[in-house]
Ligand binder design. Structure first.
Ligand code: 9D3
Length: 244
């Protein structure tokens, strides 16, 4: 898959993209990452990328022309029909199903905004989708683009070493993850749950599933409304609620 990020701060993205599973996937060629800076597509001596908002008010707006040229250059790098996604607080909420949709594409152009946002006519002319990462405010679109890129990349075959890892992620089955423990057996007087030391793999599987169900029910009950529980899951959750 070919990702391309249009940003005034390409170093923010390239620094991050060198690390972890994303960095390895770029190095081994499973992922391609392109970067484009609207400032490189200006034609004035000051390399101006922003201007004052029509109608007045605080802040600045990203100018359409340099962004449009950066997006046109990005389109030439990625496979045909790769959508152009603008990261924006006004966008549809990013979620795991949207990540799966993006991961099935051959390419994606992510446009990160700065200042108060980009000229709306550029949105109308060039943007296929507007996506928000949640109802909180960050200082620019770069972090949001990295969140989307990271989330999508982990779903691209070959990016995670173990293909089971993505399938076992929290949210892939709609449930929160179970608790995890490693050595020592006693930490600050707190023991590892006995079943995890038992070697009984079936009991461990059921304990983990019940923990996931119980935590989801307690912390994120709305997630349970979106999924159909198996009869085993329903019985384990009922037992959890009875014995809680
Ligand atoms: C004064 C109104 N603010 C809008 C909520 C101004 C403003 C704040 C932060 C305008 C842009 C930004 C920068 N944020 C993003 O570019 C952004 C974002 C976010 O802040 N939260 C969640 N998702 C996203 S996607 C892009």
């Amino acid at each position: 898959m070919h990702l391309h990020v249009v940003t005034l701060f390409p170093e923010m993205v390239s620094d991050w993209a060198g690390h972890g599973v994303f960095g390895r996937a770029v190095r081994d060629g499973t992922l391609r990452l392109g970067l484009g800076n609207p400032r490189d597509f200006t034609d004035d001596a000051h390399r101006t990328v922003d201007d004052r908002p029509y109608g007045g008010g605080p802040g600045m707006v990203m100018k359409a022309e340099p962004l449009a040229r950066a997006i046109a250059a990005a389109r030439e790098q990625v496979p045909p029909d790769s959508p152009v996604v603008y990261l924006s607080p006004q966008g549809e909420r990013f979620c795991q199903p949207l990540a799966r949709e993006f991961a099935a594409l051959p390419g994606l152009v992510l446009v990160a905004g700065r200042y108060e946002g980009i000229d709306e006519r550029l949105v109308g002319a060039e943007i296929d989708r507007e996506v928000s990462i949640g109802d909180f405010v960050v200082s620019g679109g770069e972090l949001a683009a990295m969140v989307v890129a990271d989330c999508v990349a982990r779903l691209v075959p070959g990016v995670l070493g173990d293909p089971d890892s993505a399938a076992q992620d929290s949210f892939s089955d709609g449930l929160l993850d179970c608790p995890h423990y490693t050595r020592p057996e006693v930490y600050e007087g707190r023991r590892v749950p006995e079943v995890l030391l038992s070697g009984d793999h079936e009991a461990i599987r059921r304990w983990r599933l019940q923990s996931s169900l119980g935590r989801t029910w307690e912390r994120r009950p709305e997630l349970l409304e979106d999924i159909e529980l198996t009869s085993e899951q329903r019985e384990l959750l009922e037992e959890y609620i009875r014995t809680r």
